[in-house]
Ligand binder design. Structure first.
Ligand SMILES: [Zn+2]
Length: 279
């Protein structure tokens, strides 16, 4: 049985209407409530002047990070299939392909950052909240396997609601599969750098997101496994202020640095240079 399929991105039936958000010219910052011109916001890498980091499509992340014309996408036709015949999943997949413009929730490829070659992956929050099904697990695993084979570092941007519930146990299996691939890459002495972006949660946090040798996080990003309310109800205690934020992670040793979006390219490039393996 195939858990992933080859499919064309944007292959969406006509009845799916263009979402209103695609034509917006103004956005409201959820933190400072300012009205922001979409064009100007993009010029500032989708970061408000108050420092709030809006979500980015995977391709935009890639474009903001890699050296010009260095990105070579890989495995673009891999997409999840509705193997469990979960109610409504087929339609959700089709709509997500249209909204995100991707075959599934992660984009992978070869790239150079500050002249250093790497294998890059970027998850897409507009594809079912970056959830991990069989296709995402397969692409992440292939990324690490290729990097191991070729002796390259891996740079990954995570954003995810966690394992994709519509794929049940198959999505949970991706946690072990991706983690094993990360481990083989690590055993080969190669660098893995993650950038945790808002939000990185659930099974993605519990697998490859937190396995980086170097872990960066975007300011204010929510990073956690279970939701704060669920934890409070389970342990019967009030959680500390700022729990599950990037800043909280840094203070407690789970992240190495908070890196604003406009510094990421430089910071990642420096890490790749520092950890370069000489031939
Ligand atoms: Zn703002």
């Amino acid at each position: 049985m195939a858990f992933v399929a080859k499919n064309k991105p944007n292959d969406v039936p006509r009845q799916v209407k263009k979402p209103a958000a695609a034509t917006e010219t103004e956005r409201v910052c959820p933190r400072c409530k300012s009205k922001l011109d979409v064009g100007k916001l993009w010029e500032n890498r989708n970061v408000c002047s108050c420092g709030y980091h809006f979500k980015l499509k995977a391709r935009d992340r890639v474009a903001l990070t890699v050296d010009v014309d260095s990105f070579e996408p890989l495995w673009e036709d891999i997409t999840s299939v509705d193997v469990l015949e979960f109610p409504g999943y087929e339609n959700k997949l089709e709509l997500s392909r249209y909204v995100a413009g991707e075959a599934d929730a992660v984009v992978c490829g070869r790239a150079k950052i500050s002249g250093r070659p790497c294998i890059l992956f970027a998850m897409d929050p507009f594809f079912m909240m970056g959830s991990m099904g069989a296709a995402v697990g397969e692409k992440i695993t292939r990324a690490f396997e290729l990097a191991t084979e070729e002796g390259l570092p891996v740079v990954g941007f995570t954003v995810s609601g966690g394992a994709r519930m519509q794929e049940g146990l198959i999505s949970l299996m991706q946690m072990a599969k991706t983690s094993a691939a990360v481990q083989r890459h690590s055993a080969a002495g190669l660098l893995y750098l993650t950038v945790l972006t808002n939000p990185t949660t659930g099974g993605v946090t519990a697998s490859f997101a937190m396995l980086g040798d170097v872990i960066f996080a975007e300011p204010g990003a929510t990073v956690g496994f279970a939701g704060a309310r669920v934890i409070e109800q389970t342990v019967g205690k009030k959680l500390p202020q700022g729990f599950q934020t990037a800043e909280f992670l840094l203070a407690h040793g789970f992240a190495d640095a908070i890196v604003p979006r406009d510094e990421q390219r430089w910071a990642i490039g420096n890490m790749l240079k520092l950890h370069a393996v000489s031939a």
